[in-house]
Design a protein around this ligand. Structure first.
Ligand SMILES: Cc1ncc(COP(=O)(O)O)c(C=O)c1O
Length: 394
């Protein structure tokens, strides 16, 4: 018997939320259905809200330090959900995954150094390094040529060529991958780890979507795939996507190799980048301690949404294929069958259908012809949006 309600709509307008309240700045008009920024329109897990209100009810908001129970909640969660054994000394707080990646880019690389990414991929993987004067080397994903297996695979030969000839200092891996939600298999991850160890490349593994596994699939933390992974890897995780608490700014970083970890954690600490506000650790601890059932029900609901979108496309939208994600609430829509230019495609969604999706081209090479749809909302509203798209196409 389901305990939590994902069907009731919540009015988010007027809360200064990026997804609903900044539509005019980003899309040039209001009144669109927001299906873009990667947070969900569901009510927060009530146990998280209760923990925060309890603390907010106390009349003093002075300095706090996260208790041991906060750190233990992160360790327990990773052990129980993902079979990932971490030691307390191997984790530190960071206020966000993108900020964590920015810290790592700044600490481990110098201006002019090269960093490998695999587009189409989450756009800050390019923006952060380039904004800090680093060079991006692309190793684009390869689209599958048949109907079996994941939509994309990694170009491991291309990766080795880049490692061998262009001496990148770092690679940023998205595991599971955004957009398209692929959980990379253990063999592929191990191949990346062995190549990285052989050529001395640090691998940032962004695993922020790893808790949101759909259809009974398992997340494979990069750190667990082989000894070389533990040697080369800096993992970022967070309860923010999982429990829809991005506004609390609470993430963590895990590093096993002491040669990477010790200087990096010291630098984070002296600069006070790894000191959480009390809302960050209270929200995270409540989520990891009390949120398992909420998450199980959420992922079942999201799987239902993803299937409903896929079926709707098959039945009513010839020219648009929905790529079923292994993880998360972001569906990659392959719209190349419509035969439109990218600006024509964006016009179709925004102007004709009244829908605000992420333009696939923002994810870089290979993103043209695609749109990214956020399905993290009540199903009735989502299907109404799909109907608007059908009518726009008709
Ligand atoms: C792969 C990936 N990493 C990081 C983030 C953002 O994380 P944070 O808000 O913790 O910086 C997102 C949000 O969409 C994401 O998709």
């Amino acid at each position: 018997m389901a305990k939590y309600d994902f069907d009731s709509a919540v009015e988010r307008r007027g809360t200064d939320c990026v997804k609903h309240d900044t539509l005019p700045q980003h899309f040039g008009c209001d009144g669109l259905v927001p299906l873009w920024v990667a947070d969900m329109d569901f009510r927060v897990c009530p146990e998280i809200a209760e923990a925060l209100s309890r603390r907010m009810g106390h009349p003093v908001y002075g300095y706090t330090a996260p208790p041991e129970s906060y750190w233990q909640s992160i360790l327990r969660w990773n052990r129980e959900r993902h079979g990932l054994e971490l030691d307390r000394s191997e984790i530190a707080f960071v206020p966000g995954v993108v900020r964590g990646i920015a810290y790592a880019v700044n600490f481990f690389t110098r201006p002019g150094d090269s960093i490998v990414i695999q587009p189409p991929v989450y756009h800050p993987f390019r923006i952060v390094p380039e904004g800090n004067g680093r060079k991006i080397i692309e190793n684009p994903l390869i689209e599958r040529s048949d109907d079996g297996g994941p939509f994309y695979r990694m170009d491991l030969e291309g990766l080795e060529r880049i490692f061998a000839t262009r001496s990148p200092r770092m690679m940023i891996l998205c595991n599971p991958h955004n957009p398209c939600g692929i959980q990379w298999d253990a063999e592929t991850l191990a191949s990346v780890a062995r190549l990285a160890a052989r050529y001395g490349v640090i691998v940032i593994s962004d695993e922020i979507h790893g808790d949101l596994m759909l259809g009974g699939k398992r997340h494979i933390p990069f750190l667990t795939v082989c000894p070389e992974a533990a040697e080369t890897c800096i993992t970022f995780g967070a309860p923010s996507k999982t429990f829809n608490i991005a506004g609390l700014e609470s993430s963590w970083v895990a590093v096993r190799n002491p040669a990477l970890r010790e200087p990096f954690f010291r630098w984070l600490e002296v600069n006070e980048f790894s000191s959480p506000s009390f809302t960050s650790w209270i929200g995270a601890e409540a989520a990891y301690t009390h949120g398992a059932q909420w998450l199980d029900e959420l992922t079942e609901y999201l799987q239902g949404n993803a299937l409903a979108v896929k079926r709707f496309c098959e039945e009513h939208l010839p020219g648009i294929k929905a790529v079923m994600p292994d993880a998360s609430f972001l569906v990659w829509l392959d719209c190349r069958g419509l035969g439109l230019s990218q600006s024509g495609l964006v016009d179709l969604f925004v102007r004709d259908a009244g829908l605000a999706l992420n333009d696939g081209s923002m994810f870089g090479t290979g993103g043209e012809g695609f749109m990214r749809l956020n399905i993290g909302m009540p199903r009735a509203g989502l299907m109404k949006a799909m109907e608007q798209l059908r009518q726009a196409l008709a």
